[in-house]
Design a protein around this ligand. Structure first.
Ligand SMILES: *[C@@H]1O[C@H](CO)[C@@H](O)[C@H](O)[C@H]1NC(C)=O
Ligand SMILES: *[C@@H]1O[C@H](CO)[C@@H](O)[C@H](O)[C@H]1NC(C)=O
Ligand SMILES: *[C@@H]1O[C@H](CO)[C@@H](O)[C@H](O)[C@H]1NC(C)=O
Ligand SMILES: *[C@@H]1O[C@H](CO)[C@@H](O)[C@H](O)[C@H]1NC(C)=O
Length: 320
């Protein structure tokens, strides 16, 4: 009888753990394990957990997400069965209701991790992460948007590096962006891309997002300040304060657009359209009601355009 029971147990263990290769389990950071499972397979994997060497001879009891387990899990070293995406926070306690000694969070990542659900795609070209910098000094900001049903998602870790050199970053308070500062020779010709990796989890699901870019591809001049009109026809503006100096070396050019009154600057229909390298422009339109729009781009890299600045002209009344 005992032998039979043992065999049944053994069979159950054997099959449940088939496909449970230890290389699918990785420590992401202190107290966090990541289990990689293939998509579309009812995976069942045993994951070994340890409460801690210090508790070797203590009566250790485990809970999952604060709940007692049935049957109870006891012992300093145990194995827990993780089915599909059902990870969790395993805490170990001194005795069945004793103090919390330690914990291990098991997160599950799909392998390959290409069916993401946590972040929304910004656009097919840009992917899930949008990065921007207002000059070449090495400071940049990246943002992402959690899907509506995943607003609880937590950023666990952000890594940024350029050719094995770490770039320090700080997560925004709301968890939907990160600010990084590359301190290594900002004006050097960029040979290697910056790689940004975001580890984000929702319930027990872990997703990893990466983005690689050159700083020059994301440098977008700030919105042009001090836009005003003089002589009733000539608009002028200045370089953004955050732009590189000298301005003669870090040249910008400007796109000027006159659109119909009530239209937005992105409107396809325009009355007048031009590119200039000067910080002023004389409009040549008959109408007395229009919107004057202007934006800037790095003349040499042809990187992203700044956001539009505009003035609304209604006869004598001008609003900039
Ligand atoms: C707590 O558990 C982690 C594994 O999640 C282990 O690395 C660590 O050493 C344990 N801490 C103590 C104090 O034993
Ligand atoms: C897991 O549980 C421990 C102990 O209650 C807690 O300190 C930790 O913040 C929890 N972690 C997560 C990710 O829920
Ligand atoms: C994810 O990758 C797998 C294996 O490479 C592929 O078969 C599948 O079509 C991919 N799915 C998506 C949504 O890209
Ligand atoms: C564009 O602007 C220049 C001056 O900056 C002017 O000479 C030229 O006529 C303008 N072109 C058009 C099509 O308005």
């Amino acid at each position: 009888m005992c032998v039979l029971l043992f065999m049944v147990l053994y069979a159950a263990l054997c099959c449940a753990s088939s496909g449970s290769h230890q290389e699918n389990i990785e420590t992401l950071m202190d107290n966090v394990l990541v289990l990689r499972v293939p998509y579309g397979v009812n995976s069942k994997v045993y994951v070994p957990l340890t409460c801690g060497e210090a508790y070797q001879n203590q009566p250790v009891f485990w809970k999952k997400n604060g709940m007692e387990l049935n049957p109870a899990l006891q012992g300093n070293q145990i194995r827990v069965l993780v089915e599909e995406m059902d990870g969790g926070n395993y805490t170990c306690h001194l005795g069945p209701n004793g103090e919390n000694l330690n914990h291990t969070v098991i997160l599950v990542q799909l392998d390959p991790d290409n069916r993401t659900v946590i972040l929304e795609e910004k656009s097919p070209e840009e992917g899930h992460i949008h990065c921007s910098a207002s000059n070449y000094k090495g400071s940049f900001h990246c943002t992402w948007t959690r899907a509506r049903l995943r607003s609880n998602a937590v950023v666990l870790l952000v890594k940024a590096e350029r050719y094995l050199e770490k770039i320090p970053c700080e997560l925004d308070a709301d968890g939907s962006g990160v600010h990084c500062q590359d301190v290594s020779c900002p004006y050097k010709e960029e040979k290697h891309r910056i790689t940004l990796t975001i580890y984000i989890s929702s319930y027990s699901r872990l997703e990893v997002y990466t983005k690689a870019f050159y700083l020059r591809e994301i440098v977008r001049p700030a919105k042009l300040p001090s836009l005003r009109i003089s002589d009733g026809k000539v608009f002028s503006w200045t370089f953004p304060d955050s732009w590189e100096k000298p301005e003669t070396f870090f040249a910008l050019h400007f796109q000027v657009k006159v659109v119909h009154s009530g239209h937005v600057c992105n409107s396809e229909e325009h009355i007048e359209h031009n590119i200039t390298e000067e910080t002023k422009y004389e409009v040549n339109v008959k109408t007395k009601k229009y919107v004057f729009c202007v934006r800037a781009q790095d003349k040499f890299t042809s990187g992203p355009w700044s956001h539009w600045s505009h003035c609304t002209v209604n006869k004598e009344q001008v609003d900039c």
